[in-house]
Design a binder for this molecule. Structure first.
Ligand SMILES: [Cu+2]
Length: 266
């Protein structure tokens, strides 16, 4: 019993949550959305259950191996059935599975059903960069590329820094449309509990609600070619006012950029 308690305490103490990413990180990043918080809680719940079950089975095995070894028990019992025991070892695991399945299905539903949304963005995966569109904001659209090692500034993490971040407001239900321009990619953001395949010719959808301002980092999570590891996703979550201020700036900035590209290509 003492062993079980100690193990529980060690496991509960383990997830030292980091806001964002840290060197030698174990466990999850600190959840920044309600969905991710629920994923995190379910994970911990299942982890405790499976730890308890594993320890229980281990103790039984050790007991059986010692108590019924050949030298201590030379004439084994010929008994082969025990109705009560067999009912219990069928019924108890079923109950355990039900206890785990109920919160799990609730969570799948929460992730899958898109609530009333405040805004929509469209994410397009390309070999090997992301394109972001804001269809409700003058069709603002821009591309987001990895910043190579030699151009990184102090404190910017390697392979997880981009030139143009996906800027989004906090505390808004954001509808995310995900697709790809060439091959399969996957839009994944661990601290927001979002992962959606980007499939060419198909429009997938998901949603997120970011709880607090910050920089959140993710990566393409569907192997998509040699540049798969070089197309990170960086979300910058800001207040609503900051978001609109950024929108105004971005519209000018990317409009000039797009016009220049068009002019150059003529
Ligand atoms: Cu990709």
């Amino acid at each position: 019993m003492k062993l079980i308690l100690t193990t529980f305490i060690v496991f509960l103490g383990l997830p030292v949550l980091a806001n964002g990413i840290t060197d030698w990180q174990l466990g999850f990043q600190e959840p920044a959305s309600g969905v991710m918080q629920n994923i995190f809680d379910l994970h911990n719940f299942v982890l405790i259950m499976m730890t308890a079950i594993t320890i229980f089975v281990l103790i039984l095995l050790i007991y059986v191996a010692i108590r019924f070894r050949k030298s201590a028990n030379p004439n084994p019992s010929k008994r082969s059935h025990n109705a009560l025991l067999e009912t219990l070892w069928t019924a108890i695991p079923v109950l355990i599975l039900i206890v785990m399945a109920v919160p799990s299905f609730k969570l799948v539903y929460e992730q899958d059903v898109i609530p009333d949304v405040d805004m929509t963005i469209k994410v397009i995966g390309h070999q090997w960069y992301w394109e972001y569109q804001y269809p409700e904001h003058d069709d603002l659209s821009f591309e987001s590329y990895l910043v190579p090692d030699e151009d990184l500034k102090e404190g910017e993490p390697r392979l997880l820094t981009v030139d143009n971040r996906l800027v989004l407001p906090v505390n808004k239900n954001i509808h995310v449309l995900v697709t790809a321009g060439d091959v399969l990619h996957s839009f994944a953001m661990p601290s927001l509990g979002v992962k959606k395949d980007a499939v060419p010719g198909r429009l997938n959808e998901t949603w997120m609600r970011i709880d607090r301002p910050g920089i959140y980092r993710g990566q393409c999570s569907e192997i998509c070619g040699t540049g798969h590891g070089y197309m990170p996703i960086v979300i910058e979550a800001v207040s609503e006012n900051e978001f609109y201020a950024w929108l105004n700036e971005a519209k000018n900035e990317f409009a000039t950029l797009n016009n220049r590209t068009i002019a150059l290509s003529k």
